[in-house]
Design a protein around this ligand. Structure first.
Ligand code: ZN
Length: 385
């Protein structure tokens, strides 16, 4: 298995997936985000290309792909299937842009399965809310579910870990009855955040009890509770399930500065999570690890650091003490115009600057993790020996 620099998927096509200003899921994030990866030494990006409809249809319904194609020519046409004029509005050439996102994640997967790289990262991937016949939550086609299906059909046992602030509902639903795909989603509870699903009792379909693990966290959750969940759940489930491939959605939207979630994480949680995922990959999957960027809406202060921390963990490099001054100088004005000044000085947030979480929040989170583990480990032990 090849080691060395992780493969990074990025190209001009990533900028085509664009709901238009002022939509929060903006391709403006690729400016500061990819620039910071380059500062750290990332080179030789793999440019995504759209996949054929046949690949989309391994997960999506034919009528839905046809609808997306129609709306790509006539975005103003009346449509439902999850499209609306706010969160997920149709846009010109949406089909090609969304098929390009899928193509990037699938290409990264293929390089991993061919043994050319161990770790690959597609910052523009991670559209985890897309359903077989429905768009939602800024997601048109589900690049993660399509890639997971492809790996599974190639004989892999896939562990999917979703640490975006939002429940990974689309990926979970598509693999709901599949005992060869184990999903873990750690997210802000659906009682307070989109998509309103992902509760403790949601554990997989009839044929696959325990193959979905949901850890709904309280609003106000900070690093201590979050890392308690990640560190107790992910290694234990991985050890019981015995995956041969790790796929992750590493959204940056749980950060306390993010405008869309009510979580209160720091970049220290992102770093510790990425380091743990790297360990899992080397312990269980011969290093095979496909990561995606998923959500994240504080485009200058948070998203670039989150991507950098994924990349550094994949490159097995320590986190530098400071963010390069040249990067800060290039993006300071644009960040200020977007209300995100000043830019951070360090990759890792100052722990004394983050408020701790209330005792009742910590206690409820701990009880949630205990309950999820009690059920899941039991079932997985029976099924996988
Ligand atoms: Zn590694």
């Amino acid at each position: 298995m090849a080691h060395g620099a992780p493969l990074v998927v990025y190209g001009e096509r990533n900028h085509l997936y664009d709901f238009g200003d002022p939509h929060p899921f903006t391709p403006r994030r690729f400016g500061p985000g990819m620039d910071l990866l380059r500062e750290l030494g990332a080179t030789d990006f793999l440019a995504p290309e759209p996949v054929a409809d046949a690949v989309l249809r391994t997960v999506h319904q034919r009528h839905y792909v046809d609808l997306v194609r129609m709306l790509s020519d006539y975005p103003e046409a009346a449509a439902d299937s999850g499209f609306d004029d706010k969160d997920t509005p149709p846009f010109y050439d949406m089909h090609e842009a969304a098929a390009g996102v899928v193509g990037g994640t699938v290409a990264a997967l293929d390089r991993i399965l061919a043994g050319e790289v161990a770790h690959a990262f597609h910052p523009g991937g991670g559209l985890h809310h897309a359903m077989p016949g429905r768009a939602g939550g800024f997601c048109v086609y589900n690049d993660l579910a399509i890639s997971i299906r492809r790996a599974r059909d190639a004989g892999h046992r896939v562990l999917y870990v979703d640490v975006d602030a939002h429940h990974g509902d689309g990926v979970e639903l598509i693999s709901w009855d599949d005992p060869l795909v184990q999903t873990i989603s750690i997210h802000e509870t659906g009682l307070t955040l989109f998509p309103g699903t992902g509760f403790l009792e949601d554990r997989g379909g009839h044929e696959a009890d325990g193959s979905a693990v949901n850890i709904p966290m309280e609003p106000g959750t900070s690093d201590a509770s979050w890392l308690d969940a990640v560190q107790r759940v992910v290694p234990a489930v991985a050890a019981a399930f015995k995956p041969t491939l790790l796929v992750t959605a590493q959204g940056a939207d749980g950060h306390r500065l993010d405008p869309l979630s009510n979580l209160s994480l720091s970049t220290r949680a992102f770093d510790a999570t990425s380091r743990l995922l790297d360990e899992i990959a080397h312990r269980h999957t011969e290093g095979r690890w496909l990561a995606t960027g998923a959500g994240g809406y504080d485009v200058y202060r948070v998203v670039p650091r989150s991507w950098a921390l994924v990349w550094l963990a994949m490159a097995h490099r320590d986190v530098p003490a400071a963010i390069p001054e040249t990067w800060r100088a290039r993006w300071a004005d644009e960040a200020a115009r977007r209300g995100q000044a000043p830019l951070p000085v360090a990759f890792l947030d100052d722990p004394t600057a983050t408020p701790g979480e209330p005792a009742d929040v910590a206690a409820r989170n701990r009880a949630t993790v205990d309950a999820a583990l009690a059920h899941t480990l039991d079932v997985l032990a029976q099924r996988h020996g």
